[in-house]
Ligand binder design. Structure first.
Ligand code: PLP
Length: 405
């Protein structure tokens, strides 16, 4: 990546000026992936590395989804499609969202996107002006700074509260982050990297806060189906808050479809209409065979199987790391990641991650890359088979014990 940047700079005698917003796309998270890149290189050279850096499901996409996409290709469905998505997909998504949110959702409120990432970027373009402020909870998913900066808006962080076991939404910090310039609150629950959830009171309170202050509420809900201990309460479920609340969804994790790049946005009609116009300018419609696969996905109960598998792995890794010297796992309530507190080893997140890779062939994400709040933590992905996860837990324990003395 850096090589490409240097080459691009040196290939022009007098580089022309780029738009200022490009800086927003490189900020945040660019060093976060160094351990991951080193690990993938080591693996390519034949080293037996266990990679727990990335939340990319290790499961194959369920066969009926693949079959539906293949059948679509064989039918010759290789043409342009409507910018908001094919009507059949809009229909099944609207039905699924009506059920999930407990309020009627129409086709006209759905825009199919190329993954949640595309939906987040597009929706921010539609809601925020240059100079506006967007409150994002902290720790924040690393691309949020680019999503917000790409709209020319400023990101203001509102820290989650940590009770020693779990992270929670902290309305006091959200209220302190608000100013006259606040245009959007961008939430991510179930939360990456902490696995934190919203309960119904919290969901109602944040939605009410946004309504009272004329602020859009955007909920990144890519992990909504992967909740282990109790159901997730979505702020988008309240009819009285529907006019200012938007939900961004994805097939990536719930159906092991990360590489298909398909998700959707649920928004009030006029927002969906404008997002669809933006998608028209950016993509001119998504691939039909992908969307046919997505229609089949919503007819399956795949999310339950995925959730059960991640739940089992969460317990397995938690048990493997519990009672190990120098390391303390936090049990996530949802999602595909676990945070482990390694402050007991005396090492920083980054030093722990590099030593673990070099000495024990396990790659983890230093969690200080998300926020100073998670300095001293590492993030472990549950997206590897159970036996690899157990082995990784044992190796993490060995390093932690050795360093803690
Ligand atoms: C919080 C969060 N938002 C968005 C995304 C992007 O999801 P998608 O693959 O649907 O673009 C991810 C992926 O890991 C994520 O963790």
């Amino acid at each position: 990546m850096m090589e490409r940047l240097d080459k691009a700079r040196s290939s022009h005698p007098q580089p022309l000026r780029l738009a200022g917003r490009v800086d927003a796309f490189t900020a945040g998270g660019s060093t976060a992936w160094e351990v991951h890149y080193a690990a993938t290189e080591m693996r390519a050279r034949g080293r037996d590395v266990i990679i727990l850096t990335i939340g990319d499901p290790d499961f194959d996409t369920p066969e009926p989804i693949v079959d539906a996409a293949m059948a679509s290709l064989h039918r010759g469905e290789t043409h342009y499609t409507p910018a908001a998505g094919i009507p059949q997909l809009g229909k099944v998504i609207a039905e699924a969202e009506t059920k999930r949110l407990g309020r009627p959702i129409e086709n006209s409120q759905i825009v199919v996107t190329q993954g949640a990432q595309n939906g987040l970027y597009g929706i921010m373009q539609c809601l925020a002006n240059p100079g506006d402020e967007v409150i994002s909870i902290d720790p924040a998913y690393p691309t949020f700074s680019g999503v917000i900066g790409g709209a020319g808006a400023d990101m203001v962080r509102a820290a989650l509260a940590f009770d020693g076991e779990q992270f929670h939404l902290d309305m006091t910090s959200v209220k302190q982050a608000r100013s006259e310039r606040t245009r959007v609150v961008l939430l991510n629950f179930p939360h990456n990297p902490t696995g934190a959830m919203l309960n119904e009171n919290e969901a109602r309170e944040i939605a009410g806060f946004c309504r009272d202050h004329g602020i859009w509420l955007v909920c990144d809900e890519v992990y909504a189906e992967l909740c282990f201990d109790r159901p997730y309460a979505s702020p988008a479920s309240f009819a009285e808050h529907a006019a200012h609340t938007i939900s961004v969804r994805s097939f990536s994790k719930s159906h092991a479809m990360s590489g298909w790049r398909v998700g959707w946005v649920v928004a009030p009609d006029h927002v969906a209409f404008n997002l669809q116009n933006l998608m028209n300018c950016m993509l001119f419609g998504g691939a039909e065979f992908i969307q046919r696969g997505a229609v089949a996905a919503l007819g399956l109960d795949a999310a339950t199987q995925m959730r059960d598998a991640y739940h089992r792995r969460r317990d397995l890794l938690f048990d493997a790391l519990s009672n190990q010297k120098g390391v303390r796992p936090l049990s996530p309530q949802s999602g595909v990641f676990m945070l482990a507190d390694v402050r007991g080893t005396g090492l920083s997140s980054t030093d722990f991650a590099w030593r673990l890779l070099k000495e024990h062939n396990v790659a983890v994400m230093p969690a200080d890359s998300f926020s100073p709040l998670t300095e001293g933590f590492v993030r472990l992905s549950l997206c590897v088979p159970d036996d690899e996860l157990a082995e990784a837990g044992a190796r993490i324990g060995r390093l932690a014990a050795a360093v803690s003395g």
